[in-house]
Design a protein around this ligand. Structure first.
Ligand code: MSP
Length: 566
């Protein structure tokens, strides 16, 4: 059924990462988005009970920015990062981000891994000491080449800024260690040419390749004088220098899977052993593509480590049409939003209303509308079919006893809706066809992180389900059945209608569980679907089903409508 059955034959877990977040600010919607894309993808993979996944997220804790904030607050940097890192952990747990490792760059295994990584570069003579002069941005913690800066006027003063981030840059000279980035340029270009799907979406791949081909690549400064950057990992054997924060941060992706111990060194190449999930699929925002698609693959090539499987570059979230900024007062706080609306509504909204390649817009109005749809067009199907006058458990038994074998003829002869019986049969067949093909169609999109597309398909099945219920009206059988409870034919027509709707909602709930694990779980609980039967082995309608116990009758609503926040 799932293409992934064929595609992933290895026993290695599917490894997906989020960027590690700077701890100098509170978590915002964009951070959550990176986390969610990775979480949904990893949960999707694990829907197949034969598959495993490994998801990492965490915090990027060294660097000048942290040092400056700690100095301002008059506390040691470690105290600051301990505090702020917790906010990101809280965000992850509130939003049900199912990570396997929360990595902090102050973790001792990470410091050991980075130090090892550095030493490999030294052994290979890929790092040398030199003078560095250039345009440096404190907030981006990076030097920019002349071609990436521009002069602008700010507050009546002429200042130099980075063309990419618009942050101010200063001319600065210092002694640094340099990494021989330039000598790997051709190797990287050849690799990218041979692997056009390595960066997704393809627009980002093209942009990066064009830039790489047309511009020279200079060596990269990978350390800072420890007199200026005090809060960083020390350069082994030279305490006058601390490592550049990006060199430190990128290595997190291999620390999390046990580098170097879980790799085997053969002919200068580090090969991941056994269940070590490397290589990873990296989820990143568009602002950090250069670090992940130029520096990181080159560092890995240089060290002799296999390159990541893929880099997924996502666009950004705007709020009510504008870039989120404190001064505009439009920053969306994911924690407060989640506290009010619940984690699943927020997860669903972010997945339904975003596209990887263009910026997305948070709007409270759309959000409320989406949430109401979830209630009215999804959860409500279970509430309707779970009414006291129907019997889902009996419908499942009827199905398993073969009562629905020649169902079209049976409906034709026994439906109470004689005037529209053909339309009902057509709707039923459309629904069955769509439901049967839904897993493979969603799989195709979900594997490519095209959640919106997958969700559109999912909605189209639920819309058909609602139309089918609306037209076939299983409730019109209640009265005649009350008068003549022995009318088995009428009971079976009603039973089939209810079961088809329940099958749709059961399969849709399994398929949407990576996006809304709690709500889909509640609906499956309500239907009485066994926890072990919520996976890709149970996606064929009317097959291998055994549910319905206690499904009919009074139950608490799984999700309630809420007024829009003011
Ligand atoms: N610490 C670095 C990453 C190091 S990874 C080895 C960093 N941190 S960050 O906290 O600034 O950003 C983390 C992620 O959040 C990035 O992928 C970034 O693109 C994403 N977002 C930040 N603002 C965003 C939006 N407004 N919308 C969507 N994502 C955005 O960069």
């Amino acid at each position: 059924m799932f293409k992934s059955f064929i595609r992933h034959t290895s026993t290695k877990p599917f490894y997906v990462t989020t960027p590690i977040f700077y701890v100098n600010a509170s978590p915002h919607l964009g951070h959550l988005y990176s986390m969610l894309l990775a979480d949904v993808r990893s949960r999707w993979h694990k829907l197949d009970p034969n598959h495993q996944a490994f998801l990492t997220t965490g915090t990027d804790e060294h660097g000048l920015k942290i040092q400056n904030v700690a100095e301002k607050q008059g506390i040691p940097p470690k105290q600051l990062v301990d505090m702020v890192s917790t906010n990101f952990k809280t965000l992850a747990s509130k939003l049900n981000i199912n990570y396997d490792r929360f990595i902090r760059t102050t973790d001792s295994d990470h410091i050991a891994a980075v130090t090892h990584f550095w030493n490999i570069m030294i052994q290979k003579d890929l790092v040398y000491k030199g003078q560095h002069s250039g345009w440096y941005s404190v907030s981006d913690e990076t030097f920019y080449p002349d071609s990436h800066i521009e002069e602008v006027e700010r507050d009546g003063k002429k200042v130099m800024i980075s063309s990419e981030t618009k942050n101010e840059v200063f001319h600065h000279t210092e002694t640094n260690y340099f990494f021989r980035l330039a000598q790997f340029k051709d190797q990287l270009v050849s690799f990218l040419e041979a692997n056009p799907d390595w960066i997704m979406p393809s627009g980002k791949y093209q942009e990066l390749l064009t830039e790489l081909r047309s511009e020279p690549l200079s060596d990269l400064s990978v350390s800072r004088p420890s007199s200026r950057l005090k809060w960083g990992i020390a350069v082994p054997g030279d305490d006058s220098q601390n490592m550049y924060v990006w060199f430190d941060a990128l290595v997190n992706y291999v620390t999390s899977c046990g580098f170097p111990d879980t790799f085997e060194l053969k002919n200068g190449q580090y090969q991941s052993r056994g269940s070590n999930p490397w290589p990873a699929t990296h989820v990143i925002g568009k602002d950090i593509i250069r670090f992940h698609c130029i520096y990181w693959p080159i560092f890995l090539m240089a060290a002799g480590v296999e390159l990541p499987k893929q880099v997924l570059v996502h666009s950004h979230w705007l709020s009510e049409g504008f870039k989120m900024s404190k001064s505009l007062g439009n920053v969306v706080d994911p924690m407060a939003t989640c506290d009010y609306y619940g984690e699943d509504s927020l997860r669903f909204f972010l997945m339904e209303h975003s596209s990887i390649s263009s910026d997305s817009n948070y709007s409270e109005k759309y959000f409320n509308f989406t949430r109401d749809n979830l209630i009215g067009k999804y959860a409500n199907i279970v509430t309707r079919c779970g009414g006291a006058s129907f019997n889902i458990e009996q419908a499942v038994v009827d199905n398993n006893n073969g009562c629905f074998a020649d169902i079209d003829e049976f409906i034709r002869s026994n439906s109470l809706n004689k005037d529209k019986v053909e339309m009902i049969i057509t709707l039923k067949n459309q629904l069955l066809d769509k439901l049967t093909s839904l897993p493979a169609i969603m799989d195709e999109s979900m594997q490519r992180f095209e959640n919106r597309k997958a969700i559109q398909e999912w909605w189209s099945v639920l819309e058909l389900t609602n139309s089918f219920l609306q037209q076939s009206e299983p409730w019109v059988y209640n009265k005649p059945l009350k008068e003549d409870p022995s009318n088995e034919k009428l009971r079976l027509v009603q039973s089939y209608g209810i079961l088809l709707a329940c099958e749709s909602v059961r399969i849709c709930s399994i398929l949407i569980s990576p996006v809304i694990p709690t709500l889909s779980g509640k609906l499956l609980d309500r239907l009485g679907v066994d926890a072990g039967e919520r996976n890709t082995d149970y996606l064929v309608p009317f097959e291998r089903i055994s549910y319905g116990k206690y499904a009919n009758g009074k139950h608490e609503l799984p999700i309630q409508r809420l007024p829009k926040r003011q």
